[in-house]
Ligand binder design. Structure first.
Ligand code: PMP
Length: 427
């Protein structure tokens, strides 16, 4: 039986780890079946514990933009590890990666490193509150900014996959300071601001949403948010945990030409090690401890192995034409999928920007959480398992984007399209 060893490992794991996983979406609950346990990965492929190989479209949910076990990153980590793995004291590599990140991203002067995207967003909001002296935040339904309390209000990703977009354990006091808006609906944001005049510290947004599938902003939406923020003394926080160093060197700020006040990073910036970061202009960052009063800290923040991995990764991305190559591959995949699903008469929508793409089984364009939620989950389940059986690994939930890595070859993409053509017959 396929998945035999994975099944056995999952059974063992469930005895000692809630649900057998350390992050909910991994459990395959939305699609059913046994999660595959990874033995190793190289380039565009992962190999599971039953020695089956898959073409990869999750890529650790984004970080592995150059493919798995990318040599310059691995070498950098190994060399650093030989010299000690953590000191809790400053090291040169922290400044090097900070300088590089600041040089690649528009509109930021300083950056602070943390250990996850959650920490980055949580700290960014604290900083925005400290800087503006106001408590409320606006977030968008279906956007996910990690599992910090303020964000588990109509959150996307695993939170919505598991039917708990509003998590028990988040107090009413916390929830009341998070105001909920509709993605891609500027009028809705205007209304909320006018009902809470003078109380809103920041608007936090995934400028290209990736946690309800991939949803790019409609023309004028981000620009409109920028204008509203300027008019009402509100900070605009771009959560570029997914999009940073993926859609362009400078993320969505560069790609779509809209400036944010604070930017959050994660995933790619750590090269596959646990790293997050938040960045802003000097005047804002100077509000952080130890210069300013807004407290934020971390025992393992700026960890040398993590910084070495991130630095090697950013150096690679800073040269060459990875982003164009990824765009071309994703466009090729998009056209191929579109063709075979259309020929098979499968109702679908495909959203794509850069190297993020998602397939939705619904009739109307997917532009916000409500339209994403109209997708046919039975079709998605069949699609997911059909692909898995054929050695193609996509995210086990319809509310996730696919992330391409530049390690994918056009042959891999052709195999993927062919598998989708076969699966489409059963949808
Ligand atoms: N923001 C966004 C946009 C994300 O996609 C994620 C995670 N997928 C996070 C924040 C949280 O990051 P982490 O899982 O590293 O805490």
């Amino acid at each position: 039986m396929e998945y035999k060893r994975s099944s056995a490992l999952f059974t063992e794991a469930q005895k000692v780890i809630p649900g057998g996983v350390n992050s909910p979406v991994r459990a395959f609950k939305a699609v059913g079946g046994t999660p595959i346990f990874v033995k190793e990965a190289k380039g565009a492929y992962i190999i599971d514990e039953d020695d089956k190989q898959y073409i990869e479209y999750i890529n650790s949910w984004g970080p592995m933009i150059l493919g798995h076990a990318h040599k310059p990153v691995i070498d950098a980590v190994i060399e650093k590890a030989k010299k000690g793995t953590s000191f809790g004291m400053p090291t040169e590599i922290e400044t090097k990666i900070a300088e590089l990140a600041v040089s690649m991203v528009p509109n930021i002067d300083m950056i602070r490193f943390v250990n996850s995207g959650t920490e980055a967003c949580m700290s960014a909001v604290r900083l925005a509150r400290g800087f503006t002296g106001k408590d409320k935040i606006i977030k968008f339904a279906g956007c996910y900014h990690g599992h910090s309390d303020s964000f588990l209000i109509q959150a996307g990703s695993g939170a919505v996959t598991f039917g708990s977009p509003n998590s028990p354990g988040v107090t009413a006091g916390t929830a009341k300071d998070t105001l909920l808006a509709r993605f891609n609906d500027l009028e809705n944001v205007k209304e909320i601001i006018s009902q809470n005049e003078g109380e809103i510290s920041c608007i936090i947004i995934e400028p290209v949403a990736g946690n309800m599938g991939c949803i790019p902003p409609v023309a004028g939406f981000l620009e409109g948010l920028r204008t509203l923020c300027d008019a009402h003394n509100i900070l605009l926080v771009f959560d570029e945990v997914m999009t940073g160093f993926r859609l362009a060197k400078g993320g969505v700020q560069e790609l779509l030409g809209v400036n944010a006040d604070i930017v959050c990073f994660g995933k790619v910036i750590g090269g596959g090690l646990p790293v997050g970061a938040f960045a802003a202009r000097k005047e804002i960052m100077h509000h952080l401890a130890p210069i300013g009063p807004v407290y934020q800290a971390g025992t393992l923040s700026g960890n040398p192995l993590a910084m070495a991995a991130g630095f090697a990764m950013l150096q690679e991305l800073n040269t060459g034409n990875v982003f164009q190559s990824l765009h071309d591959k994703t466009e090729y995949l998009h056209k191929g999928i579109s063709k075979v699903l259309t020929e098979a008469g499968v109702t679908h929508q495909i959203n794509r920007i850069g190297s993020m793409i998602s397939v939705h089984f619904c009739e109307e364009p997917v532009i916000d959480f409500a339209s994403a939620a109209k997708g046919n989950n039975d079709s998605f389940k069949k699609f997911f398992h059909g692909l898995l059986d054929r050695g193609i690994y996509i995210a086990p939930s319809a509310f996730e984007t696919w992330f391409l890595s530049d390690a994918l070859s056009y042959e891999d993409l052709d195999k993927t399209i062919q598998a989708i053509e076969e699966v489409a017959k059963d949808l």
